[in-house]
Design a protein around this ligand. Structure first.
Ligand code: SF4
Length: 126
């Protein structure tokens, strides 16, 4: 139930507040980045307690970038005009959104696999 307000509030607490430098407490965003939308879809499968204890970390090497570009950025409302990280001139100095950082962390911590991410994509488009 992607539009459930309680679920959305929980996702904001898990994704945006701790992970996203673009998050503003008093701003009610009509548009959400694909990072947020994607995590909302997989939230039920994630170990929420462990998620709450994760800390934001900007990866030294973006080793999952190809995968995250495929499952998130290529479907994101901010891809064309609005995301410095995904700008064609990106040199990995601009920070990605919180959903990207959280998924990158989940992949590094092996709390989610590339196969599960792709499966979620297939379910979404299937
Ligand atoms: S990093 Fe940028 S393009 Fe990719 S999902 Fe986040 S906001 Fe969208």
């Amino acid at each position: 139930m992607p539009d459930d307000p309680a679920r959305k509030l929980e996702a904001v607490g898990l994704i945006c507040r701790p992970f996203c430098r673009f998050f503003k407490e008093d701003k009610d965003e009509a548009l959400a980045c694909e990072g947020f939308n994607f995590i909302m879809r997989v939230m039920d499968r994630l170990p929420l307690e462990r998620l709450r204890n994760l800390h934001k970390e900007i990866p030294a090497q973006f080793e999952h970038d190809t995968l995250l570009k495929e499952v998130l950025c290529n479907r994101c409302e901010f891809l064309i005009d609005g995301c410095d990280f995904r700008d064609p001139a990106c040199d990995y100095k601009a920070e990605p959104c919180g959903g990207y950082l959280l998924l990158d962390t989940l992949l590094r911590e092996e709390l989610i696999t590339a196969g599960e991410l792709r499966q979620t994509l297939r379910e979404k488009s299937g």
